[in-house]
Write a protein that binds this ligand. Structure first.
Ligand SMILES: Cc1ncc(COP(=O)(O)O)c(C=O)c1O
Length: 320
């Protein structure tokens, strides 16, 4: 049996997962260098220390150092592609560390054996806000019993919040008219941000690695969207987009991060290695296919100085 708890952000789900492992102040969490620096805030908020392992170009660990004796090791299913958990389980058996499956990117995706990602270990987190048209939403899936968990945090009714209300209205309008209102709205909001901050996506602030922003409570509308989702159609939409875009990015000179889209994978987007000099071509492909081009990740401050070049050459055509 799996118990679920919903949150606003994957970081809050991770923070609680860490607390349930019994982590104490000063303990170590081993996580990949190739990670968004925001996630470090969940580790910092429980008083633990982030220590990193390298990944290779297939985004698998190069070596997991058992002398580090971490309390927790985080395995990431990058971009919805299943991480092979074998080495993590061996590491856990040898060191007593607890594996947390970070499936922030992999809502609805499965591994080769058909196992749903985010449910393959005692603790898994999924940030479905990254894949669905919702303001916020993430969950912790755990094999702990209900009585071992804190109660579900109350949901926030976002119909009272201006921004969410606008999003709900746009979604309704879009469903009725088939005009891509949300995408157009998002385009203008990103343009505005680009003009004012120089970046299309929100920049992480100076507290990114130490403090999780906002409230942990999820919005009730996000949970409704999750529960009313046609999952089969969503998986098909993502897989079709991937297969359509793949030849286009290869023709543009980029290399897909993953060799193949396996039968059970539900991709977050199309991750590629590419040089900056083909950015224009990639932007054009993004526009044509109505997806969002972004770089990923915003690396942790401690990783940046020694980061291999390929960490900085990953782009994502995000299918949200
Ligand atoms: C691999 C990974 N894990 C966890 C998170 C945290 O998810 P959220 O942004 O919903 O807090 C992110 C966010 O960027 C992520 O990329």
């Amino acid at each position: 049996m799996t118990a679920l708890r919903y949150f606003s952000l994957g970081r809050f789900a991770m923070r609680d997962a860490l607390l349930y492992t019994g982590i104490k102040s000063g303990d170590t969490v081993l996580l990949p260098e190739f990670i968004c620096r925001d996630l470090l805030s969940a580790v910092a908020e429980v008083g633990a220390k982030s220590v990193f392992y390298q990944v290779d170009q297939t985004l698998k660990p190069v070596h997991l150092d058992s002398t580090l004796r971490p309390k927790v090791i985080i395995a990431v299913n990058y971009f919805g592609f299943a991480q092979d958990l074998k080495v993590f389980r061996e590491f856990a058996d040898n060191t007593g560390a607890i594996v947390i499956e970070d499936n922030a990117h992999g809502f609805l995706s499965r591994d080769e054996d058909g196992h749903l990602l985010g449910y393959r270990e005692q603790f898994g987190i999924t940030s479905f806000r990254k894949t669905l048209n919702v303001e916020n939403g993430a969950f912790l899936a755990t094999s702990l019993a209900e009585h071992e968990l804190k109660e579900q945090l109350p949901y926030i009714d976002s119909s009272k919040l201006g921004r969410s209300k606008l999003l709900q209205l746009l979604l309704k309008f879009e469903a009725r008219t088939n005009i891509p209102t949300v995408a157009v709205g998002r385009f203008f909001s990103r343009m505005f941000r680009f003009i004012t901050t120089g970046s299309q996506l929100p920049k992480s602030d100076k507290f990114a690695e130490t403090k999780i922003p906002g409230l942990p409570n999820p919005q009730s509308q996000s949970i409704d969207s999750l529960k009313n989702l046609d999952e089969t159609a969503e998986v098909a939409r993502r897989r079709n987009l991937y297969l359509r875009i793949q030849p286009q990015v290869i023709a543009a000179g980029a290399t897909p991060v993953f060799d193949a889209l396996l039968a059970n994978t539900c991709p977050y987007g199309m991750p590629i290695y590419a040089n900056h000099n083909i950015k224009r071509k990639l932007s054009k492909i993004a526009r044509k296919n109505r997806v969002i081009l972004m770089t990923w990740p915003d690396l942790p401050e401690n990783v940046l100085p020694s980061a291999p070049d390929f960490y900085k050459q990953v782009w994502l055509l995000n299918f949200k």
